[in-house]
Design a protein around this ligand. Structure first.
Ligand SMILES: [Cu+2]
Length: 229
């Protein structure tokens, strides 16, 4: 019964859980797809929403900068570690969550995170990232044995709202507070970013244009046609 490795790594969960491994892989694949999709959506958002034609070049540049920034952020993975027991998720690392029960975790959208846990009490637990509707976005394998570990790795999006053990959803649940650049398709927030970028750009460009206009008027006769006379 207890035969199998209790200290299995995330890659190698307890052997009894063949199904769950494939479940987990499916979840991982899904998460992967989701990530790629949202990246693509973000790019499409940038190219499609060049609604301010005058500032098209500028908005494109601003959008590109945003994408680059999020790529940078995704390059490093931040790991959170928990002890899992029926009573709660016990924070371990980093130090600011040490010994906290179901601590609220601050995440940056677009950044990659790993949520790792060790089974403390031998009851079955999993680590699930769920959205505001209670749907799983990413889910680890189920760890049944004390000392067993598993983790999920994901790129944070604003849709993520909680980390939870779906076996003990009333006690093992903590909030995710996702801030920063939003990557999920939609376009609502990215539209806001583009608007802001356009406004800033126009603020810079319009005085210049005005100055040019004044300047060309002053030069008058040499330059353009004379309108009056
Ligand atoms: Cu649990």
């Amino acid at each position: 019964m207890t035969g199998e490795s209790s200290t299995a790594e995330s890659e190698n969960p307890t052997a009894s859980d063949g199904e769950r491994v494939s479940e987990r892989e499916a979840a991982a694949d899904e998460a992967d797809t989701r990530t790629k999709t949202s990246e693509r959506d973000a790019e499409e958002g940038v190219t499609r929403r060049g609604f301010v034609r005058k500032a098209a070049g500028a908005t494109a540049a601003a959008g590109a900068a945003g994408v680059v920034a999020s790529d940078d952020a995704a390059a490093q993975t931040t790991t959170y570690r928990f002890g899992g027991e029926v009573a709660a998720w016990n924070g371990r690392e980093p130090s600011d969550i040490a010994d906290a029960e179901n601590p609220t975790i601050e995440l940056q959208a677009g950044q990659e995170y790993e949520f790792w846990f060790e089974n403390i009490d031998g009851e079955p637990h999993n680590m699930t990232i769920q959205d505001g509707n209670g749907s799983a976005v990413v889910q680890s394998s189920l760890i049944n044995s004390q000392g067993g570990t598993a983790s999920v790795t994901f790129t944070a999006t604003s849709q993520m709202s909680q980390y939870i053990c779906t076996i003990h959803p009333t006690t093992m649940v903590g909030d995710l507070n996702v801030t920063g650049q939003v990557e999920e398709g939609g376009g609502g927030p990215s539209l806001r970013v583009l608007l802001l970028a356009s406004a800033v750009l126009l603020a810079f460009v319009s005085p210049l244009l005005f100055a040019l206009f004044l300047f060309s008027r002053r030069q008058g006769p040499g330059g353009g046609e004379t309108t009056a006379g």
